[in-house]
Design a protein around this ligand. Structure first.
Ligand code: HEC
Length: 145
């Protein structure tokens, strides 16, 4: 009986402690991913993902980003030339960001898919590695699509 109570107390004390450690691990990961985003994407698309009017399209709630994460990996690896419409019309060019490692691209993808209220899932470094092998520059011949 005494032992049971003691382990109950132990469990009550340890559980929040361990859960806390897990949570802070996870948020440290998100912070690291966010930093990569800031450095390699935020300069153009903005820290808040809102883009810059008439120059850089927003990532927040962008269907180009959320509908097809694989296509966004291709955009990161090859850049984007074709005009597209994300709310408004953009005809700039995004340079390839292909000097990042598979791990860094996956980290950025996981950040943008889940930041700003998105609930878009995960991308693994293996998936990025595959796109590096088989992916191609993304074409949008119809800017509305
Ligand atoms: C030098 C500026 C620049 C950088 C850096 C940059 N982009 Fe872009 N991005 C653009 C431009 C400009 C377009 C639109 C190109 C066009 O009109 O064809 C674009 C388009 C996109 C699109 C499709 C449109 C949309 O808004 O959903 C996605 C997704 C995207 N970028 C993600 C990223 C990610 C993720 C990074 C970081 C790895 C990144 N970009 C880095 C300039 C940039």
């Amino acid at each position: 009986m005494r032992y049971t109570r003691r382990s109950l107390v132990l469990a009550l004390v340890l559980f929040p402690l361990l859960a806390g450690f897990r949570a802070s691990d996870a948020s440290a990961q998100v912070e690291a991913d966010e930093q990569l985003y800031e450095i390699y994407c935020g300069v153009c698309h903005g820290s808040d993902g809102e883009g810059v009017e008439r120059a850089f399209p927003p990532l927040v709630e962008s269907r180009f980003l959320l509908e097809n994460p694989e296509r966004t990996v291709d955009i990161i690896l090859h850049g984007l030339l074709d005009p597209i419409r994300v709310d408004e019309f953009y005809e700039g060019a995004m340079p390839p960001v292909d000097y990042l490692s598979d791990e860094q691209v996956a980290a950025i993808m996981n950040y943008v898919l889940n930041a700003w209220g998105h609930d878009g899932g995960t991308v693994t470094p293996e998936q990025v590695e595959e796109r590096r092998r088989v992916g191609e520059p993304v074409r949008f011949r119809d800017p509305n699509r």
